[in-house]
Ligand binder design. Sequence first.
Ligand SMILES: C[S@@+](CC[C@H](N)C(=O)[O-])C[C@H]1O[C@@H](n2cnc3c(N)ncnc32)[C@H](O)[C@@H]1O
Length: 285
Amino acid sequence: MPVIGMVRYALRWCNLRGFFRHSSREFASMSETENAVTGNLYAGLSLYYDQFCAEVDYAGQCAFAARVFAGFARSGGRDYLDLACGTGQHLQEMTRLGFVPTGLDNSPAMLAQAQARCPMALLLLCDLAEFDQLAGYDLISCFLYSIHYSHPLSQFAETLKRAWHALKPGGVFVFNTVDARGARDEHKVVTRVHAADATLTFTSGWHYRGQGEVLDLRLSIYRESAGSTQTWHDQHTMTALTIPELERLLLANGFEVTLLEHDYERLAPWGGDSFNAIVVATKPQ
Ligand SMILES: C[S@@+](CC[C@H](N)C(=O)[O-])C[C@H]1O[C@@H](n2cnc3c(N)ncnc32)[C@H](O)[C@@H]1O
C-alpha cells in the first residue's frame, strides 16, 4: 500500500475503488435536491465545516476522552487514532494533552485541513471499514456520531472489528452513538455564524424511516449576503441500529463494554432511557 508524503504526513490510498464509489453515491444523492445549489460538506464545502461546528466543544470532548483513557486504558502508551478525524480538531487538542496523533478520514479536503491544523499528525486517507493497523494504538476515538458513516451494517461491524485489531491489549475505543429509535427530525440542530460579509446558517437533522438500517443525515447551509441567499443541501446515508444491538456487536468482537450517558462533563453510567450514549470499548489485556 503506497504511502505519499512527508515523514509526519502520509495519505494512505487504501481501496481507491471503494473510496470513489462512496463519493459518487454522495454526489448522486445531492443532485436530486431541487431549488438549491448542491454541494458536499466534506468536499467542495469543507471550508465551511469548522463554522458548521462552531458550537462543538472540542476541548471538552478531548478532556473527557483523556479522563476515559485514564480510567480504562491499561496498555501503557499514548498512541492515539481519531477515526473520521475531519479537520483535525480532536487531533490538535489530544496532542496538547500529550497523545501521539494519527487521523483517518476518507475526504482529501478534510484531511488537507487536518494537516494544516495539526502538522505533526500522521494522516490516513482511508475508509472507516478498511484500515488495517495491528495493535498500534492505546486510544481510538470517533466523535460526532461519525462511526455511523460506516454503512451498511456489515461495514459498520467491519469497522468495529478493525478497531479491535488496531488497539493494543488494554487499549480503549471511545465513540458516541445514536439509537435509531430516537433519531427524529425534530432534533434538528441550528447554528448561526455572522461572518464579515455574510450570515451563515447551518442546520442538521437525523431522519429514520422507522425500520431498516438506513439513517439519513440531512444538512443545509444558507448564506445570506447583500439581500441574496445561497442554499446548499447535503444528504448522507448512515447506519441505523439500536444501542443494545451495538453492544452485542462489540461483545461479539471481544470488547469489554461500558455505556455512559452522553455527557462530556462527567463519567455517568448510561441509564437506558436516552437515545444516545458514549461507548467505552476496551480490548482485554
Ligand atoms: C461529522 S464529520 C466529523 C469530523 C470530526 N470527527 C469532528 O468531530 O469534527 C464526519 C467525518 O467523517 C468522514 N467520513 C464519512 N464517511 C467516512 C468513511 N466511510 N470513512 C472515513 N471517513 C468518513 C467525513 O469525511 C468527515 O470528515
